[in-house]
Design a binder for this molecule. Sequence first.
Ligand SMILES: Nc1ncnc2c1ncn2[C@@H]1O[C@H](COP(=O)(O)OP(=O)(O)OP(=O)(O)O)[C@@H](O)[C@H]1O
Ligand SMILES: [Mg+2]
Length: 572
Amino acid sequence: MDTFKRIIAYSKPHWWRILIAAVASIGVGSMDGAFAYLVEPILKKIFAEKQLYILTLLPFGVILLFVFRGLCRYCNDYFVRTAGQLAIQKIRNDVYERSMGLSLGFFNRQSTGGLMSRILNDVNTMQDGVASMITGFFRDGFSALSLLFVIFYRDWRLAIISFLVIPATVYPAQLIGKKIKKLAKIGQEKMGDITSVLQETFSGIKVIKAFALESREVDKFRGRNLDFYTYVRKSIKYDSLSAPIMETITSFGVAAVIWIGGNSVISGRITTAEFFSFVTAMALVYAPVKKLINSYNVLQRAIGSAERVFEVIDEKPDIVDPENPKPLGRAVGEVRFDRVSFSFNEDDLILNDISLEARKGEIIALVGPSGGGKTTLVSLITRFYDPKSGAVLIDGIDVRDLRLSDLLSNVALVDQETILFNDTIANNIRYGKTAATSAEVQAAARAAYAHDFILEMPEGYETNIGDRGVRLSGGQRQRLCIARAILKDAPVLILDEATSALDTESEQMVQEALNNLMVNRTTFVIAHRLSTILHADRIVVIEAGRVVESGTHAELIALDGLYSKLHEMQFK
Ligand SMILES: Nc1ncnc2c1ncn2[C@@H]1O[C@H](COP(=O)(O)OP(=O)(O)OP(=O)(O)O)[C@@H](O)[C@H]1O
Ligand SMILES: [Mg+2]
């Protein structure tokens, strides 16, 4: 019921469309009633009293009736469906907006395909439900109402008898509706699985090709598709059962009408013309009632989907702006980790009691074995995650006391993953500072040694790169990401394997650029190639979530610990 109310709330701003549709549906509905009503006078005047002029007028009357009904129907359809689309558009925007606001933790828990499915498939199902509900409620409702009026007007006693069967239909209708809702929800989850496979395989197509596993993926897809069918089949079963069950139950009413009505005509209680008018209305009332029941089923399916959609809308982001944020303009750039511990799930600590301080302009290198927690540690600075205990401070302020936008405007990040968007090169560089001029973009690209290869592209800076930067080499993509960070010009810089995809020559050039960039900035450099961090102010060795060594290159070599071992292995 709550879900239903929430769907209704989304339709409210479009009340005038719904109002027009409702008025139009009165037109459609009353025409049905009028038609059934007119059966009686027509039969009486034409056939019993032989008034032939009525027969001449009748064809025109019929055409007029249907033209009017058609107009009303058009208005009804158009306004109902646009209202439904507008409501759905808002819902789709809301889910997307809300999911963008959720923290990385949420996206780690959810499969991308599953989320996409909620925004695409579930919202579509809701759309069908909303449109069908409004149409059902107004048009079929009015049709049924006007026909019922004729039925009762013609013979209320017969009407009551024929409707005695109605209560018997309520229970099966509810039962079927409930089943359909449950099945539809599982079906949508299965649809999410299908979207997941699509998303994974299309984005990982290269690996699939390289391992020649196309057939395995096809089998997997077939399996998910079959799974989906299994649930849809059950839902179709109940959907299709609904009409026959209702028909069978109502046939008892029809049988009673024929028997009792027929006898009433013979005994002279009602005229033949009245009886036919009654029967016409009975026959016509069937279609809208069937549609009403059907739209109840569609609505149940929509509610199932809506629950999945609202789940995302209701998800509470765990990383939010504080209530009373402390102001921070451009930070000086002191970063301090104060006894920080962190774990992704409750059990094992990924970071264990780490304390670390970077003063303004210092270069801190983080090195250590893979999986040690270096990436995780720096992701606490940008608040991708919050520490379980301890605090991360910028300029002495806990990052949790800062407005996220203030915090993030002070940090530039070049990641292990070089994500580019389906846009021009210039706009990709501009991502960190949308207001940047072309000259600024070019200066950043020059500093990242990207300018030359950009000019070689067909349209230079205006070249559109494919959605994942497929037309660029790994090193070129990395240089664009570096340019993006350079342009952002933030006081704190995080370089996580930022030069790993470059050859030695361009790495040297980019390194120079980064060296220039690092001046007056606090920088965290994560690198496996130790040659790139020799000049760091401090090297911090992280192993299994703990700081095991810390000092300058010379100090750590003298210490003869893990760092000197790593160094020896790389330079032997
Ligand atoms: N999203 C996540 N959910 C759960 N565990 C994670 C997640 N990301 C990383 N981990 C775990 O946290 C540990 C530290 O990972 P992290 O990426 O910080 O290592 P790293 O030192 O950056 O390694 P590398 O040098 O290979 O980049 C690893 O054991 C990893 O399995
Ligand atoms: Mg890492």
